[in-house]
Design a protein around this ligand. Sequence first.
Ligand code: MN3
Length: 196
Amino acid sequence: MTITLPDLPYPQEALEPHISAKTLSFHHGKHHKAYVDKTNELVKGTPLEKASLEEIIREASKDSGKAVLFNNAAQVWNHTFYWNCMKPAGGGMPRGEIAKRIDADFGGYDKFVEQFKQAGATQFGSGWAWLVLDGGKLKVTKTPNADLPMAHGQKALLTMDVWEHAYYLDYQNRRPDYISTFLDKLVNWEFVERNL
Ligand code: MN3
């Protein structure tokens, strides 16, 4: 099936002042779109032409000859997931089931924040910080470039893009400020909980 670029789940200016409409316009309209277009171009006329995005990612992850396809398809998935991980007036301490799970598996929200900030700040170069479900337990991980939890038998619950294009227009080289703002003002905890 043809992979399509999903609309953002909110208007382009909805995350201001934390993430500008200009950043979202480039990040969604140019970067995310380019990954969609490249994925469609690469599967055209191949046995994966009719496959779902998840099937393309799984197949490409098993074949080192399909690294370019894996990178593009995984980036399509990662970005769609990332947009949904944020909302206007989000962030801060979660409530409900996800809060209980964070307390149980990290020893409190502050401990989770410490680990998530550390993962985002120490991912050298381009990549992603994640909250995942791994063997029934919550865990913080980081992945380089396009790599993602489903390629490692984990279920993604939350992600943060730490490629420079995610924050450079708004934060320049201050990645730690972007990470703090993401956690304090943007996380859509209802979406994270639905992924459990
Ligand atoms: Mn990105």
